[in-house]
Design a protein. Structure first.
Length: 178
């Protein structure tokens, strides 16, 4: 275990700690520190804080980079770019986009293809046994009343399966208001 009190300075291959201790030309089978990078050549974890919080970065041998946070992973910047060649997957119960500016937030789906295809907002109902009356997707609108009570659903639309039999599939759309 290493505890650093004060500053940590990297100059060339040398690391100087706030207490004046220096590590020179650091290279072991588990860690290599050069002017250009700190390299963990195995599937070792780079851990932060303490083991109980679980904050670490891990790179597996198959190219998977995992960032683990004890409670929250914050990214703060004027712009955050996420670039993926095939897909961006979010596995969680909710995604929240919030802003206090008038007319915001806005979700843009932009397709730059010069053809008849467009962007798509797709709801996939992927159960093992589709059945009549299954709701395939729902768009809901919530608001507060003039007493500023908790948000409540004031309108929604959904798409549902009318007939689930193979070869005879049929669907419907419904619109509801409070």
């Amino acid at each position: 275990n290493v505890t650093i009190l004060g500053d940590l300075t990297v100059t060339g291959n040398d690391i100087t700690f706030g207490n004046g201790a220096t590590i020179v030309n650091t290279s072991t089978s588990l860690l290599t520190i050069t002017e250009a990078e700190i390299l963990l050549p195995t599937t070792s974890k780079l851990s932060f804080h303490d083991a109980a919080g679980g904050e670490n970065i891990l790179a597996s041998s198959d190219g998977h980079l995992e960032i683990n946070a004890g409670t929250t992973l914050d990214m703060t910047a004027p712009t955050v770019d996420i670039n993926a060649a095939t897909a961006v997957t979010i596995d969680g119960p909710a995604v929240t986009i919030a802003d206090s500016a008038a007319g915001a937030p806005i979700l843009h789906l932009t397709n730059t293809h010069a053809g008849a295809a467009s962007a798509e907002l797709r709801f996939n109902k992927d159960s093992a046994s589709g059945a009549d009356s299954d709701v395939m997707g729902k768009i809901s609108f919530y608001g507060t009343d003039d007493s500023d009570n908790a948000h409540e659903e004031l309108a929604y639309m959904d798409a549902y399966i009318v007939e689930a039999d193979h070869g005879s599939e049929a669907a419907g759309m419904r619109f509801f208001v409070a």
